[in-house]
Design a protein around this ligand. Sequence first.
Ligand code: SAM
Length: 218
Amino acid sequence: MSDFEQRRHLMVDRQLVARGVDDVRVIEAMRRVHRHDFVPASLVDRAYDDTPLPIGHDVTISQPYIVGFMTQALELHPGDRVLEVGTGSGYAAAVLAEIADQVVTVESIAPLAEQARERLTACGDRIEVVSGDGSVGHPARAPYDAIVVTAAAPDIPPPLLDQLDHGGRLVLPVGDGVEQLVRVRRTDEGDVHERLLAVCFVPLTGRYGHGGDGHRSG
Ligand code: SAM
C-alpha cells in the first residue's frame, strides 16, 4: 500500500467513520478518490489532514469530514442526477460521481472551473463542469435528485428549490459567519427542512449569494 493510500484509509477511519459517517457508499467513495490530486502541489503532504486547505482565489477544498457528512446527507443512490454548486478543486464532485450517475458542478471562478474540468476528465461523461453562477442552479439539466451547495448562502436560493425533483434532497450551508447546514427533503407532504450541523464556509456569490440582487429583492 502506498503512503497516500495508507493516509487516505486513516483519513476515512479516523475523520469520517469515527465521527459517525456510516453510509458504506460514501465511505468507499472516499477511500477511492485521490484527494492529493485535488490540492495545490505545495500542500500535497497535507492532503489527508483533518482540515480545509487553500486552493487559491481565496477559496478552499473542504475538510474531508464535511465532504463525507454532506455527501451522506444527500442520501445518494446509483442512478441519481446531482447538482453541485461550488466546484472548487473538483474533489467533492469526484466523490459524488463515485455514487451518482450524473454530476453537474458549477463554479463561478473561471480558472478553478477550467482546472477542475481537466482534473475530472478521467470521470468521462459522468461529470459536467459548468463555469458560471451556480446560485441560480443549472436549469438546462434540471430536475435533480440531489443538490449540494458548498458555499454559504444567505437564504435558500429559490431556483435551487425549483430544480429539485420530487423525492429530492437539497443540502446547503445557510447564514453568515457560523452557518447552519440545512437539508430540504421534497416529500409527498411537502418540503421538510432540517438543521444538521453548525459549519463554516466561504460565502456564496452571485445572484442569490450575499449582496446579490436575487437575495436583496427576496
Ligand atoms: N466542493 C469544493 C471542493 O471539493 O474543492 C469546495 C468548494 S469551496 C468551499 C466553495 C466554492 O464555491 C468556491 O470554489 C467558490 O468559488 C464557489 N462559489 C461561490 N459562489 C458561487 C456561485 N454563485 N456559483 C458557483 N460557485 C460558487
